[in-house]
Design a protein around this ligand. Structure first.
Ligand code: G16
Length: 543
């Protein structure tokens, strides 16, 4: 099989965001667009000649075609083995696990995560390295630089690869191995959690719903929650992966997981609810009529980790992304273990995990995970909570309220403003960054500002520095507002405003976070001149 060198011209818009490259499907469908980006990854990563790579996606529209292109570019660049999930499916955490167990040189995950799918939706690529984690900021910068000057890509006439038959096939020098996407991941979950205890919980009549949102976790939930743990099959909602996610937005939050929310807030709700996103790395945990804030989830997991078989020996440390509520900091202090504060983006946790400094980490954007993989992991979080319920005999609200009474509460909410003109978003943030030095000691809506800065992170493992990671404003009473622009959208700009207020035990303890944070919301609008600069009088979404 001969390799062909194809001349190409750069596309100017291949700058990766928070987690790889995300664009509208029609952008990816341009001739050469995907090939250019894949070739740039190969060239910037060094060399995949003779290597094994893992590939798969969340099943969204264009997944099948992109995998065929990926096989051709892999063969053209001398990759020896491609391990692909059957039907082109692999959840992001399962891919991370496969990369590690099969000692692959890396992985290419075809997903735009929680973004909508379909011909008018989004497509994307996450790039993972041999550790199983997402490529570093510097590597993705190198990929981007390469896309700006690329003049050729290498391809070979492979395929079409039969994605539906498990087993090995040879395409010239390239071996393609189609694997069951669930098996190894399910075995890992069985090693971490007390499956017998969770099975007894369901056998005893414990009611639950899991919403797969027509995305990649449907087959995983069917195998793990239904076949291995006994959850009735019809308690898994939207279990079949669809290229357009059934027209929905596969993001496990109270707004987009509407089917689950209506069950959990209806009459006689189940005792537990959960959802995951497009590629299976996000999670949302619910009790009857209540959503567990991701920051609280991380804090509870940290406080109770030793109840879970896989974490019995305790935690070396924990980490959270900067905008995530500081609830876990309190727990880490009580346990006397380090708590790291990183920029938004899972990749920043990976050095800490690889270095053995942390075992649990999480983000406000409904992501939590541990050292078992190098990605966030939706179903893992669901199993963690089910295991906690099985072992304590307590409900979700009982666990949360007991946690708040012991550690106090960091009431957290996030407001998103969608700004059609991305330049306005950039301008708003630049003005904020420029004004931080003059804010300290002043008052906003009568509240004294104790600290204001632009978050910069120095990685304690490799010393790399990441600047401009969001603006923090902290008040005398320790309330906090964080501003940053989303790095995962494919159009305009989304301003994210993160609000957090500390509540000690007392009558306010269980009030809704949005209500508790209403004064902070006003202060945030005024600090950033949101109305004047964007013309928006209220958030596009509040989560
Ligand atoms: C990605 C990253 C997450 C990050 C999130 C933030 O999530 O993997 O680590 O927290 O983006 O998104 P934004 O920049 O829009 O605030 P995912 O699930 O989309 O891969």
């Amino acid at each position: 099989m001969s390799t062909e060198t194809v001349s190409t011209r750069p596309f100017p818009d291949q700058k990766p965001g928070t987690a790889g490259l995300r664009k509208k499907v029609v952008v990816f469908q341009q001739p050469g667009y995907l090939e250019n980006f894949l070739q740039s990854i190969v060239d910037a990563a060094g060399n995949y000649r003779g290597a094994t790579l893992v590939a798969g996606g969340d099943g969204r529209y264009f997944n099948d075609q992109a995998i065929q292109t990926l096989a051709r570019i892999a063969a053209g660049n001398g990759v020896e083995r491609l391990i692909i999930g059957r039907s082109g499916l692999l959840s992001t955490p399962a891919a991370s696990h496969l990369i590690r167990t099969r000692r692959a040189a890396g992985g290419l995950l075809l997903t735009a995560s929680h973004n909508p799918g379909g011909p008018d939706g989004d497509f994307g690529i996450k790039v993972n390295t041999a550790s199983g984690g997402q490529a570093s900021e510097s590597m993705m910068e190198a990929v981007y630089r390469h896309t700006r000057s690329i003049s050729r890509y290498l391809t070979a006439a492979v395929g079409p690869v039969d994605l539906d038959r498990t087993g090995e096939s040879r395409y010239g020098p390239l071996t393609v191995e189609i694997v069951d996407p669930v098996a190894e991941y399910a075995a890992l979950m069985e090693r971490l959690f007390d499956f017998g205890g969770i099975r007894s919980l369901f056998a005893g009549g414990f009611t639950a719903r899991y919403d797969a949102m027509h995305a990649v976790t449907g087959p995983y939930a069917s195998e793990i929650l239904h076949r291995r743990l006994g959850l009735p099959a019809d308690w898994i909602l939207n279990a079949v992966p669809l290229p357009d996610f059934g027209g929905g937005h596969p993001d496990p939050n109270p707004v987009d997981a509407a089917d689950l929310m209506s069950v959990m807030t209806g009459d006689d709700p189940p005792r537990f609810g959960a959802a995951s996103d497009g590629d299976g790395d996000r999670n949302m945990i619910l009790g009857p009529g209540m959503v567990v804030s991701p920051g609280d989830s991380l804090a509870v997991m940290t406080a109770m980790a030793t109840e879970i078989p896989g974490y019995r020996k305790g935690l070396a440390g924990v980490a959270r992304s900067m905008p995530t509520s500081r609830a876990v900091d309190r727990v880490a202090a009580a346990l006397d273990i380090p708590c790291y504060e990183t920029p938004t983006g899972w990749r920043f946790f990976c050095n800490l995990l690889d270095d053995g400094r942390i075992d649990l980490c999480g983000e406000e954007s409904f992501g939590t995970s541990s050292s078992h993989v190098r990605e966030k992991d939706g179903l893992w979080a669901v199993l963690f909570w089910l295991n906690l319920i099985a072992v304590t005999g307590k409900s979700v609200p009982e666990i949360i309220q007991a946690h708040w009474r012991r550690f106090g509460r960091n009431a957290f909410s996030r407001e998103d403003y969608f700004i059609a003109d991305a330049g306005i978003g950039d301008d708003l943030l630049a003005r904020l960054e420029a004004s931080v030095s003059t804010m300290i000691g002043t008052r906003c809506d009568g509240r004294p500002i104790r600290q204001a800065d632009v978050f910069e992170y120095e990685d304690p493992v490799d010393g790399s520095v990441s600047g401009h990671q969001g603006v923090r404003v902290v008040f005398e009473d320790d309330s906090r507002i964080v501003f940053r622009l989303s790095g995962t959208g494919t159009a305009g700009a989304t301003l994210r405003i993160y609000l957090e207020r500390r509540i000690e035990d007392g009558p306010l303890l269980c009030r809704p976070a949005v209500e508790l944070n209403a004064p902070l919301s006003q202060a945030a609008r005024s600090i950033a001149s949101v109305g004047d600069l964007t013309g928006l009088s209220s958030p596009t979404a509040t989560v």
